[in-house]
Every structure is written in structure tokens, then in C-alpha cells.
Write a protein that binds this ligand. Structure first.
Ligand code: SAH
Length: 382
């Protein structure tokens, strides 16, 4: 059976090379070709002998999920819909800003946690993504965002490609940050997400610093502890409510891991985290969690945890009964937090015209809808 090398981190690639009777340094060479230059064809890897390249072509492939759709929003946000087989699709979003570019990556097809305000949660859980499907999103987006010049250039060695593309040294990278904030709960797909993040951090692959990779969780307490030991990156936690009663309703996993335990896990995490704070995300739902009294309750709740609070205006999706808090309510809520000495920001809504904003990712495939429609029409005709 052929192996997909996109799914192998440095250690796994070393083992693969050893299996072929090759030296461990080949792993680094392959990593550079695959992730720094975006190569998917062994023939271009001319710093390896022809027989080796031919053997690689027989034993292995480099394949990312197929792009079903590629859409750019009015504000430059770009969304890819990717086919991950058996009718499942996932989404990846690139958010360009003046001094940075952030890629938002999915970790599961669907999600089991069923947060009531999240579109992915409404679709239910399909399956965990494999390493190649997670890192494949970064691989595809990096290739797509690379300049035409770089793509047409022929490279003799992986190192010359790295030098020419100026990925590491010139700070020109289109993707400077990665957030595990797409579809799915990343800590519920722990091993694969960590292996993919190791590639993001690896100097021979994407070389991102731990501070520039953020994992967002709905609050899987044991997962937060495991992450702290396995791969501490910047941590964001979806808090969304100032007490257990409301959080039980909005984020049902809270019944299993209540706020007190969650905050204790955040404190343990900070000891090893690359940043000295945790980001709490707080979706602003009109009349549900956005009152001044609730802002005050939130201040009291988080006072023992070094944190920043990121208020996310709710992004509506079809079938939801929630509405977004008004701009005044959001500003007021933020002011209460700031007056109490907390750092609070309001997340700018990006790409909502192409359903690329937080909570709008559902991996909708038009074809599937059409199929459903056709079936309904057939039934109606009978
Ligand atoms: N499962 C992870 C990561 C995915 S979502 C988590 O829960 O953290 C990234 C962020 O968007 C989370 O804070 C999530 O709660 C928030 N979100 C989900 N649905 C949203 C919506 N409709 N509007 C605004 N934010 C939403």
C-alpha cells in the first residue's frame, strides 16, 4: 500500500526512510520539499538520486484533500471547501490582515459537542480528520497563496527553494499564524491534531513559533492537560457564559467539565504555555449572555486567571433562533470588562458574505443539496 507522506511528521518520516534503508537526513530533505516548496511530485526532488526518486514514487504519494470550491469574500477572506470523502466536506479559511495572515483550520468533519449557537455543532459528528487532512489544509493554502514567480521557478535542491521563496528569513509569508478554530473540536482528535501541529512548528516544514499557533477548545479539561505536556501552543477557550447554568445550555460539554475545573486547567496550562495568558472567547448573543450584569459576573469569574477576552459578535446561520447583540451592547459589555482591568477585544467579523465567519462553517456541498432536492422531487412525482 502506498503511504501519503503529507501525513507523516518528522519522526514518522524518519521511520519511513529507515524502512526504505535510507538515512534519517532524508526525512528533513523530504519535509522541505513537501512543506516548504509544496512539491507533490518526487521527480522534482533532484537532490536525491533517480533510483531513490523512483522508489519513492512507487512506495508513496503526496496528496491533500481535493478542493471542491475556492471562494473569496469582498474583504479578501478566502475559503476553501475540501472533499474528505464519503460525502463529507470541510472548510479552511484564510484571513488576510495588514501585518499578518491567519489560516483557520478544521480538525473534524462535523462536531459532537453540539454547542447551540454553532453551525458545525448542528450538523453532528462525522469523523476525525487524519493528519494529512489537517496539515493538508495548510499545505494547500500555502501553495495557493504563493506568488506566481515562486511557483514557476525550478529548484535544484529543497534548500535553494527555501532560500528563493524567502519563507523563513524575509517575513513575507502569506500565512503567519494558524488557528485551530475551524470545524470540529481539536482536543477530541488529539493525536492527529498534535502531529499536524508538530509539522506547523517544525523548522524543516512551516517553522511557525508556538505563539503563532493557537488551539481553541470548547473546554475538554483532560485534553488541555495533555496538550500542556505534548505540544503547548497558544490556548483559546470558548467560555461564552459567566456561570454554569447558562454555560450548560450553550456549551453542553460544560455538564461534564464545569467552569471551575476548566479554569483550574487553564491555570495549569499557563505554567507551560508560550504565552502568559489564555484567551477566553465569548460569543455575543442578544438577550442571552450580553447584559451588564453578566459582564460583571464574568469579571468576578475570571479574575484569578491571566487572560484576554475576545468578544465574538454572533454570526447567524440558517435555522438558528439566536441573534447578534447590537454594537452598543457589545461595546458596553467590553467597557465593563476593561474598567475592571481586563484586556478585552471585539473580534472583527470577516468573510461573512461567503459564510466563512466563526461558527458558520458547515462544509456545505451544493451537490449534496441538489441530490437531496432531486430525491424529494422524485418522491413527490411518485
Ligand atoms: N471547537 C472549538 C473550535 C471551533 S470554533 C471551540 O469550541 O473552541 C471557534 C470559535 O467560534 C469558538 O469560540 C466558537 O464557540 C465560536 N463560534 C461558534 N459558533 C459561532 C457563531 N455562530 N458565531 C460566532 N462565534 C461562533
Amino acid at each position: 500500500m502506498t503511504v501519503n507522506l503529507l501525513g507523516l511528521d518528522h519522526e514518522a518520516l524518519k521511520a519511513f526512510c529507515a524502512g526504505l534503508g535510507e538515512k534519517p537526513y532524508r526525512a528533513r530533505q523530504l519535509l522541505r520539499w513537501i512543506h516548504c516548496t509544496g512539491a507533490d511530485d518526487f521527480a522534482v526532488m533532484t537532490d536525491m538520486s533517480k533510483p531513490l526518486r523512483e522508489m519513492l514514487a512507487r512506495e508513496a504519494v503526496i496528496t491533500a484533500p481535493r478542493v471542491l470550491r475556492d471562494t473569496t469574500a469582498a474583504d479578501g477572506t478566502r475559503k476553501w471547501l475540501l472533499d474528505v470523502g464519503t460525502g463529507n466536506a470541510i472548510e479552511t479559511v484564510f484571513i488576510p490582515e495588514t501585518h499578518r495572515g491567519t489560516l483557520c483550520i478544521s480538525s473534524q468533519a462535523g462536531c459532537a459537542l453540539a454547542c447551540t449557537f454553532c453551525s458545525t455543532g448542528h450538523q453532528g459528528f462525522n469523523r476525525n480528520l487524519m493528519v494529512e487532512e489537517i496539515i493538508g489544509q495548510l499545505w494547500l493554502a500555502s501553495r495557493a497563496l504563493r506568488s506566481r514567480d515562486a511557483l514557476s521557478a525550478g529548484f535544484r535542491t529543497a534548500q535553494s527553494a527555501v532560500d528563493r521563496l524567502g519563507q523563513r528569513d524575509h517575513g513575507e509569508r502569506a500565512i503567519s499564524n494558524v488557528v485551530m478554530m475551524g470545524m470540529g473540536e481539536p482536543l477530541a482528535n488529539f493525536e492527529n491534531v498534535v502531529a499536524a501541529m508538530q509539522l506547523m512548528l517544525d523548522d524543516s516544514a512551516y517553522g511557525l513559533s508556538r505563539r503563532r499557533v493557537t488551539l481553541s477548545t470548547a473546554g475538554l479539561v483532560p485534553g488541555i492537560d495533555r496538550l500542556r505536556d505534548a505540544c503547548p501552543v497558544a490556548l483559546a477557550v470558548s467560555l461564552h457564559a459567566p456561570n454554569d447554568e447558562l454555560r450548560n445550555e450553550l456549551v453542553p460539554i460544560n455538564r461534564k467539565h464545569p467552569i471551575r475545573e476548566l479554569l483550574a486547567a487553564c491555570l495549569r496550562y499557563i505554567e507551560k504555555a508560550p504565552r502568559d495568558f489564555v484567551t477566553f472567547e465569548y460569543v455575543m448573543l442578544a438577550g442571552v449572555n450580553d447584559s451588564v450584569a453578566q459582564a460583571r459576573e464574568l469579571v468576578k469569574l475570571v479574575k484569578s486567571v491571566p487572560c484576554k477576552i475576545n468578544l465574538i459578535p454572533f454570526n447567524p446561520f440558517s435555522g438558528t433562533s439566536y441573534t447578534r447583540s447590537g454594537p452598543e451592547a457589545i461595546a458596553h459589555f467590553r467597557d465593563v470588562l476593561m474598567q475592571a482591568g481586563l484586556v478585552a477585544t471585539i473580534r472583527k467579523t470577516r468573510g461573512d458574505d461567503i459564510e466563512a465567519a466563526c461558527g458558520q462553517l458547515a462544509g456545505k456541498v451544493h451537490d449534496r443539496t441538489k441530490r437531496r432536492q432531486r430525491r424529494q422531487e422524485e418522491v413527490a412525482a411518485q
